[in-house]
Design a protein around this ligand. Structure first.
Ligand SMILES: [Zn+2]
Ligand SMILES: [Zn+2]
Length: 263
């Protein structure tokens, strides 16, 4: 499996992705908003884009579909429940469905509601797994729930699915928000030395050569995975004095999500 992370350099800081089979040159495009850039990258590498996956229905993820399909004839895949929100879906995806690319690549669809209620992530069946997580999980952060999502569902997705993936799982999000998200982590947990070091490392990074984190690193620097951390809980109590002494993980997650909305 070859992964090409395409930095669009747009105002929304979107990452698009091309995933190619090294044997056949067939490729799948994830959320190819910048269809021109994706098409050029595929052409330069000799790949043929045969499928598009939209992680969810937001325009900054679906906006390139029409032009990409016109240029390639690619089939469009998205969450089965997105059929009324995304035009022209050829294949609706349910949890556990496998998307094949060429002869060598298999990607498993995860049903990951929260940012929206018809959001899929793709998990590669490779020695080192890779997760293409759209706007569900960001480097050091979590998707918002302002446009069709629900925080409680996002928590269930994090705790019930994402946190249980292997620590080595590579994380490929839909946007580059890492520096800002690390600042939020440090606002919540000022003594997180790993987050401090990482922020130093990525503050000036070129997103075209972005650091790719894995789940182990996320568990160290992403507040939304650090729901039992004493500093996180103590700081949260400053904002929410009614918080119980030992709040459950869901309560901590929801309060963090609430704070992040206005941070
Ligand atoms: Zn979105
Ligand atoms: Zn987005």
């Amino acid at each position: 499996m070859i992964v090409d992370q395409v930095w669009t350099a747009n105002a929304y800081r979107n990452f698009n992705y091309l995933i190619a089979c090294p044997e056949t040159g067939e490729a799948l495009a994830i959320d190819p908003l910048d269809h021109k850039m994706c098409l050029k990258r595929a052409k330069d590498k000799g790949w043929r884009i045969t499928q598009i996956v939209n992680t969810h229905e937001h325009e900054d993820h679906t906006g390139g579909n029409k032009a990409m399909i016109a240029a390639t004839g690619a089939k469009l895949l998205a969450h089965a429940n997105a059929k009324d929100r995304i035009a022209g879906i050829d294949r609706g995806l349910d949890a556990g469905d496998v998307v094949k690319v060429g002869r060598t690549v298999e990607l498993e669809a995860l049903d990951t509601p929260g940012h929206t209620m018809s959001h899929v992530c793709l998990l590669s069946h490779t020695d080192t797994p890779a997760l293409f997580c759209g706007d569900t999980l960001f480097n050091a952060g979590a998707g918002n729930c302002h446009h069709g999502g629900h925080p409680a569902e996002l928590y269930e997705t994090f705790a019930g699915q994402l946190a249980k993936l292997p620590d080595a799982t590579m994380i490929y999000p839909g946007h580059d928000y890492i520096a800002n998200n690390l600042k939020f982590t440090l606002d919540r947990e000022p003594d997180n030395t790993r987050a401090t070091e990482l922020l130093d490392g990525v503050a000036d990074q070129d997103p075209a050569k972005a650091l790719v984190s894995n789940l182990a690193l996320e568990k160290e620097v992403n507040a939304f995975f650090r729901l039992h951390n004493p500093t996180v809980i103590a700081r949260l109590r400053e904002a929410f004095p009614d918080l119980p002494d030992t709040p459950d993980a869901k309560t901590v997650f929801l309060k963090l999500r609430e704070l992040r909305n206005s941070w």
